[in-house]
Design a protein. Structure first.
Ligand SMILES: Nc1nc2c(c(=O)[nH]1)N[C@H]1C(S)=C(S)[C@@H](COP(=O)(O)OP(=O)(O)OC[C@H]3O[C@@H](n4cnc5c(N)ncnc54)[C@H](O)[C@@H]3O)O[C@H]1N2
Ligand code: MOO
Length: 401
């Protein structure tokens, strides 16, 4: 294929993600569902709260009997309701989360009560009130829509699903991933590298970024810069839904990922994207398998995994929104005008604004590891001054979509 000019970021993301569809639904125990995406709308199977409950510790009294004093006739504790109806002149000791006794319509807070033996009265600090009651079904009722299909199940959604009476959840399956490190200079032993070697770090970083979105990860390599070795590694990855390579994607004599993929029978869909770092990104398909050839420079590999691999995996895992979400932030540093490629600079969040990390080399891992965000600069973006708002992309914890 002829290379052609690098294609714009959004077009490349759209073309890549169009190769993927959400995987079929599977059922998982709700307690283990964090990180999965719902395959169906989630409906409440129960009402919460199931009865009127007290929101505070204190005394339940009738709504038509707010002056007191009252005789304390029993207790309603969480899990242990008071079994009888409340009469005028009576109060029931009640705790947070306990069912309001039949006939009760107000709660006197413990702090506002004076208790002497079996008698309780107001101490002058406040009256009994209905605002301390959580009404039956105020959060949700049986049959309500709790969450839409393709929502990510985070800790809060997981808790809601359980509260809604769902022991299991229908979620989309997750893709399997193979990650291939390639390059003669790569060592598997970071503690013992010769002068001509560097520790292989990209594969491990990519695997860590993808971990929560995939069913399994097969790490392969480091693979030698020889077509046969690359072919062997691709063959070893032939069960994976998605294959990622890093290194060997550029134009050097030893950049063999493209010819190896062609020889393996893959179709090169596109090569080179107008972003910096990350230009030599390559996308190929072989049947249903999708191959991403990431550039070898560690920051380029990270940035292309962030803007291409993670969206692809999210889409396959069922996400409704799979592209990284820019967060506009004021920038404390003036930025020079953009160039012919969209650029992603490293930035640090300081006092609610973003500050540029000057180091831009695409191999500079220390600058990347010290960054909170990537600062996005469009193609030909005008220079910006201190305080101008710029799009930022959170990169801690692999980023958010
Ligand atoms: N004449 C040109 N040279 C280069 C171009 C170009 O357009 N014309 N593009 C540059 C850009 S941009 C990038 S990015 C790199 C990408 O090159 P490759 O994908 O072929 O990567 P390698 O050459 O194999 O490695 C680059 C660099 O990264 C290190 N590396 C590779 N794999 C790993 C790994 N798994 N863990 C850690 N580090 C890794 C490798 O040692 C090299 O230092 O090409 C430019 N050149
Ligand atoms: O664009 Mo390359 O990915 O800078 O080093």
């Amino acid at each position: 294929m002829s290379a052609g000019p690098p294609i714009p970021l959004e077009e490349a993301q759209t073309r890549l993600c169009a190769f993927a569809s959400p995987l079929p639904a599977v059922s998982v125990e709700t307690g283990n569902a964090a990180g999965y995406y719902l395959a169906e709308d989630l409906i409440a199977r129960r009402t919460q709260p199931g009865s009127d409950l007290s929101a505070m510790d204190g005394y339940a009294v009738r709504a038509d009997d707010l002056a007191g004093p009252w005789t304390v006739v029993g207790e309603s504790a969480a899990g242990h309701p008071f079994g009888k109806a409340l009469k005028a002149g009576e109060a029931v000791r009640i705790s947070t989360g306990a069912i309001m006794p039949q006939g009760a319509g107000a709660v006197l807070l413990q702090e506002n009560a004076a208790r002497h033996g079996n008698t309780v009265s107001c101490n002058g600090e406040g009256e009994p009130g209905a605002e301390h009651i959580r009404r039956k079904g105020f959060d949700f009722s049986e049959g309500d829509l709790l969450l839409q299909a393709r929502t990510c199940v985070g800790p809060a959604q997981l808790a809601l699903a359980l509260a809604g009476g769902n022991a299991t959840l229908p979620v989309h399956g997750r893709p399997s991933l193979a990650v291939i490190d390639s390059g003669d200079e790569l060592s598997t032993d970071p503690a013992n590298c010769d002068a001509h070697q560097i520790p292989a770090s990209n594969g491990a970083a990519i695997a860590a970024m993808a971990a929560s979105l995939v069913s399994q990860i097969h790490r392969i390599g480091p693979v030698r810069d020889r077509i046969e070795a690359l072919l062997e590694s691709l063959q070893a990855a032939s069960d994976a839904d998605v294959i990622v390579t890093s290194g060997g994607a550029s134009v050097g004599d030893h950049d063999l990922v493209r010819p190896a993929l062609e020889k393996w029978g893959a179709t090169i869909e596109f090569w080179r994207v107008a972003i910096k770092p990350g230009k030599p990104l390559l996308v190929a398909t072989r049947g249903k398998q999708i191959v991403l050839g990431l550039p070898g420079n560690p920051v380029s590999s990270f940035v292309t995994a962030y803007f291409f691999l993670l969206p692809l995996l999210r889409k396959m895992a069922g996400a409704r929104h799979f592209l990284p979400l820019p967060m506009p932030m004021a920038c404390n540093t003036p930025l020079p005008a953009g160039g012919p490629r969209a650029e992603f600079l490293r930035g640090r969040i300081v006092g609610g604004a973003v500050e540029l990390i000057e180091e831009r080399d695409s191999s500079a891992l220390r600058a990347l590891a010290g960054a909170d965000v990537l600062i996005g600069r469009d193609i030909d973006a005008p220079s910006s001054k201190v305080g101008d708002v710029v799009p930022t992309y959170r990169i801690q914890n692999g980023g958010i979509a």
